[in-house]
Design a binder for this molecule. Structure first.
Ligand SMILES: [Zn+2]
Length: 335
């Protein structure tokens, strides 16, 4: 059985953005020579998707297009809060995080329409669609500050009898339950609709999954602010695999402590059972907000995944380019 190694690519290495083909082709060829057989390209940053498709095809790489709710439209509705709550969040956590609201039907509509246009044009050149940030903001930064956009206010009015929940209401288990349930139902509906479009085009659907699905080893300090739990952010990726809405999950397990890395791997194997051996491609961090894994640490992690008989792994590197020592390690493990 082969062990497929992929990369999350984002083309930040391209200098000549007007004529990017040669630089993209050089990068992909170099990675292909290191044994990488899948590339996953971040559409908001690729200077030319058709050139990228050609470059990937020329060196025999499988290709996934990575999209986010924000990619889809200029008018995406982000988490909405009054200024005093933003100030409070910033004082407590050192950040104001305002990602797209997963409850908003307008965001869903724009995302699905954007995907239709993409698949109509590129379905013959792609192997899969990949969803990134398919969730709400980080659980840690969401808990006390649920979105107050017009659509969230409507939901609150219906289920809780008020447009805006008070801090005391947020502590009540039934209200907390329903808030999280609505979040999951709404993001799941988006995934279902995206799944339909993707599968009708003959493509597979994969996602960048939150590393902490429910109760895994986590890091809540900045600049990570938690790796989930996915189920509090509306990203029930285990259920999505069970239901067949997605074909593969790539949990972003970028831990630099190998014991934490291993504990997450065993959590995923427990959660997915036999499905892990077709659908689980665990993400390994080279350089990420969680720190740097030197070449030997990347090799150790890839070997753990290969020994577990998993079908492959994905590499994330925020600087995007891989020095020779990393390439040598990848090549020694790739099949
Ligand atoms: Zn909202």
């Amino acid at each position: 059985m082969s062990f497929r190694i992929g990369i999350w690519d984002h083309c930040r290495y391209v200098v000549n953005r007007e004529k990017p083909y040669d630089e993209m082709a050089r990068h992909l060829e170099r990675m292909r020579n290191a044994g990488v057989t899948l590339t996953n390209i971040y559409l908001p940053e690729v200077p030319s998707l058709s050139d990228y498709c050609r470059a990937a095809a020329n060196c025999g790489m499988q290709l996934e297009a990575r999209i986010t709710p924000e990619w889809a439209g200029k008018d995406v509705v982000k988490r909405t809060l009054p200024e005093e709550l933003w100030k409070d969040m910033e004082a407590k956590h050192g950040i104001r995080l305002s990602g797209p609201c997963g409850n908003h039907p307008g965001n869903r509509k724009a995302f699905v329409e954007g995907l239709k246009l993409l698949t109509d044009e590129y379905k013959t050149q792609l192997n899969a669609i990949h969803l990134d940030f398919i969730r709400n903001d980080n659980a840690l930064l969401l808990q006390d500050y649920p979105c107050q956009c017009a659509e969230c206010r409507k939901l609150n009015q219906r289920f809780f009898g008020v447009e805006v929940l008070t801090a005391e209401m947020l502590q009540k288990p039934a209200i907390a339950y329903k808030l999280v349930a609505l979040r999951n139902e709404n993001v799941t509906q988006t995934v279902q609709e995206l799944s339909q479009v993707t599968h009708q085009s003959g493509l597979e659907l994969s996602i960048a999954a939150r590393a902490n699905y429910i109760d895994s080893a986590d890091i809540t300090a900045p600049p990570v602010w938690g790796l989930g739990p996915a189920v509090l952010e509306g990203q029930d990726w285990v259920q999505w695999l069970d239901k067949g809405y997605i074909d593969a999950a790539y949990p972003m397990n970028y831990h630099t402590e190998v014991e934490m890395f291993k504990s997450l791997v065993s959590d995923y194997l427990r959660l997915l059972g036999g499905k892990a051996f077709t659908a689980l491609h665990i993400g390994v961090g080279v350089m990420s907000s969680m720190g740097v894994n030197p070449p030997e640490a990347v090799g150790e992690r890839l070997q753990i995944l290969k020994d577990a008989k998993l079908p492959g792994a994905m590499l994330f590197n925020k600087i995007n380019t891989y020095t020779d020592d990393y390439c040598a390690v990848i090549k020694s493990i790739a099949e």
